[in-house]
Design a protein around this ligand. Structure first.
Ligand SMILES: Nc1ncnc2c1ncn2[C@@H]1O[C@H](COP(=O)(O)OP(=O)(O)OP(=O)(O)O)[C@@H](O)[C@H]1O
Length: 678
């Protein structure tokens, strides 16, 4: 059903500006407005084929298609930027300006990355360059996948293939490594990969869907005349502009030519750094690229009421309003940050009270939104204790995170107890993989001590599969896997890998020897922490500093959780973990069609809404997490604006004022009393 445009929407529909940036707030009818513009253009005689509607993800594309249908803009099919670029690449192929590259699947890309890592390692070795970096990425699928993610981000953020150019000097690499918070060797591997992929300028040996946009930009930059072959619409409508990255920004600017361009975004929702989104593309860079652009607002939300509007206006220092008749209740939950689990337990109680107070509230109407996924451990435990069914969205349950599985594996080996792994192939697979990733396992099956193997023919060529099958068959062979494979020195180990293996081996041997005196899981974990430099060990498996920090925080929470069982033997703690995991997966299976509360992070919550939203851990060091307060403010804005009927903010009680979040209690967030009114 088409909507009657509001005053703000009417002003946008009346504008005849060549370029319009619609500066919107969350839930203000952004996509609907683009639908209205498309419909009006068609009613004025523009053919549907001359209107190009673009989005940055398949989810956003679907929502755009729905809104176009609702507004009766018939015959217009939105595309993602990637699909749009791919069509143009095909056109360039049809006119002979491009030899279409081979499409490459994840397996081929992984092989090529390993090849690139090998070439960088050889360069380092031949020049006698000292490096602490472990180049043996083929030993860990997790590390390869992590590299792929970094490669994707570099391509999205660097305007061109600059980092793949032959003349890409070491200074450039160091600058990029610094900017992206990465070891320089990773940048070198990505550059080597790109050189393999683009052996001659503009000729690509293979291509994945992440390459469509940057490759098209590259081709248009190399061959200016190619543009003349590409279809030129009369109107571009681009949704969720706050998600645009450097390569996409450049492509839209190149392809615009004489067409009108209308983009709509919410600059306070720029939080998608992983895909390369940056604030400047919605602000100064947009205005300098399109000097005559008109900026029009959509600042009345149709999702939340005035109380949230006021709070987010203070947070973002820009006017946010709500349409008449919307009400969002705000709750405050105080907790004691000095008492373990206190915040999580307060959240669980609040969920129960919401559920009990209104019988029309279903658990699936409630979401707990955390700043990051490592904050879920206590919350999951409190929800399990309170018997509240929940599902994790965009979060891996803490029991199955690699860093936690690594610690759990050490507990089994040191304690010499494996009963709780019986008949649990899923956990064993993840645990064996985590051990291999954290220590570095040889990829050569010949280095295995075959007397222990219990493997099928299918697994014989894959060392990890051999290990998984063997440990699934006999869980106590986890110790064999650790001693005989994971920490066993190999000829091709780097000095660094060899040292780490020796450290892990000595630590586990010593603690196993003290088994009788180390009674609880907390005793063992604290002893591991004292003997192994865990932050350094974690950064080997997870090179990006921010992710390594998150993994370390997970480990710290896990140790804290184990302390609650310090009076019980280690085996009881392992049984408790298994029990929790079983309850979680039984719930997930049986509740697939029943209401479950959603436990998620701000990143995943973006674009979604719930009746009741709970934000835990609003305190210094937790939210904000990083030093960039402007970015943290945007994270909080996205989190708060997901709520419809109620928004609950959980923060330390009055006696812990020094821990209050500066996002809620900074100068911009204060009323006359000095106490936030958020
Ligand atoms: N003029 C209007 N009259 C009545 N309802 C409207 C109008 N414009 C938009 N809406 C409704 O407001 C709601 C939000 O609209 P829409 O989904 O377009 O917002 P959005 O800003 O794209 O949301 P998000 O913040 O999730 O990206 C929808 O239910 C839509 O149908």
């Amino acid at each position: 059903m088409a909507h009657e445009p509001s005053n703000e929407q009417s002003a946008i529909l009346r504008s005849r500006a060549d370029v319009i940036l619609i500066d919107a707030v969350a839930g203000s009818g952004k996509t609907t407005t683009l639908g209205m513009i498309a419909r009006d253009a068609c009613q004025r005689g523009m053919p549907a084929a001359a209107v190009t509607c673009l989005a940055f993800s398949t989810g956003a594309k679907k929502r755009f298609a729905q809104k176009l249908a609702e507004e009766r803009a018939a015959g217009i099919v939105p595309l993602t930027l990637g699909e749009f670029a791919q069509r143009h690449l095909r056109k360039l192929q049809s006119v002979g300006l491009l030899d279409m590259p081979m499409p490459a699947g994840p397996g081929q890309v992984r092989d090529r990355l390993v090849e690139a890592a090998e070439s960088v390692w050889q360069r380092h070795a031949s020049r006698g360059m000292a490096t602490e970096f472990d180049f043996g990425i083929e030993q860990s699928r997790d590390r390869i996948d992590h590299l792929l993610q970094v490669l994707r981000e570099l391509k999205a953020k660097l305007l061109t293939h600059g980092f793949g150019d032959d003349d890409f000097g070491s200074i450039g690499q160091f600058a990029i490594a610094d900017e992206f918070d990465l070891p320089v060797e990773i940048v070198e591997i990505c550059a080597a990969y790109e050189r393999l992929r683009e052996p001659e300028p503009g000729e690509f040996a293979w291509q994945t869907e992440d390459d469509f946009v940057p490759d098209l930009v590259r081709l248009l930059e190399l061959q200016g005349t190619a543009l003349a072959h590409l279809w030129q619409p009369s109107l571009y409508l681009v949704d969720e502009w706050h998600d645009v990255n450097a390569a996409e920004f450049r492509l839209v600017a190149m392809l615009k030519r004489r067409a009108r361009l209308v983009v709509v975004g919410d600059r306070d929702q720029v939080i998608d750094a992983a895909r390369g989104a940056e604030l400047r593309f919605s602000t100064e860079l947009f205005m300098t690229t399109y000097r005559d652009a008109e900026r029009l607002p959509l600042h009345r939300s149709r999702r939340f009421g005035a109380s949230v509007s006021r709070a987010v206006s203070r947070l973002t220092s820009r006017p946010v309003e709500s349409i008449e008749g919307l009400h969002t209740v705000q709750h405050k939950v105080d907790y004691d940050p000095a008492t373990p689990m206190n915040c999580a337990q307060a959240v669980a109680e609040h969920v129960k009270s919401l559920h009990a107070a209104h019988h029309d509230v279903r658990l699936s109407d409630i979401a707990i939104v955390t700043r990051d996924d490592d904050q879920s451990i206590d919350l999951e435990n409190a929800l399990i204790d309170a018997e509240i069914p929940y599902q994790c969205e965009g979060i891996v349950s803490y029991l199955l995170r690699p860093e936690i599985l690594f610690m759990r594996a050490l507990l089994h080996i040191v304690g010499g107890t494996y009963d709780t792994l019986e008949k649990d192939p899923e956990t064993i697979r993840a645990m064996v993989t985590a051990l291999a990733a954290f220590v570095s396992m040889s990829a050569d099956p010949r280095s295995f001590d075959s007397s222990y193997l219990q493997v099928t023919r299918a697994a014989r060529n894959d060392p990890l599969e051999q290990a998984v099958e063997t440990v699934v068959g006999t869980p106590s062979s986890l110790q064999w896997f650790f001693d005989g494979i994971v920490v066993r020195p190999q000829d091709d180990d780097s000095v660094l890998t060899r040292n780490w293996k020796a450290r892990f081996s000595a630590c586990v041997a010593e603690l196993a020897g003290r088994r009788e005196s180390l009674r609880s899981a907390a005793d063992v974990l604290l002893a591991v922490q004292a003997m192994i430099d865990l932050p350094a060990a974690v950064s080997r498996a997870v090179p990006r500093r921010s992710e390594a920090d998150a993994a370390m925080r997970s480990i710290a929470h896990f140790i804290e959780f184990a302390r609650a069982y310090a009076h019980k033997p280690l085996a009881d703690f392992l049984a408790e973990l298994r029990n929790r995991q079983a309850r979680l997966s039984a719930r997930t299976r049986s509740n697939r069609y029943r209401a479950q509360l959603v436990l998620t992070t701000v990143r995943t919550a973006k674009g979604q809404e719930w009746d009741h939203v709970i934000l835990p851990y609003l305190q210094q060091g937790e939210f904000p997490r990083g030093p960039d307060l402007a970015e943290e403010r945007r994270f909080l804005y996205v989190a708060m604006t997901r709520a419809k009927a109620s928004l609950t903010l959980c923060e330390p009680g009055e006696q812990y004022r020094q821990l209050w979040s500066p996002l809620l209690h900074g100068d911009a967030a204060r009323d006359g009393s000095g106490r936030s009114v958020a």
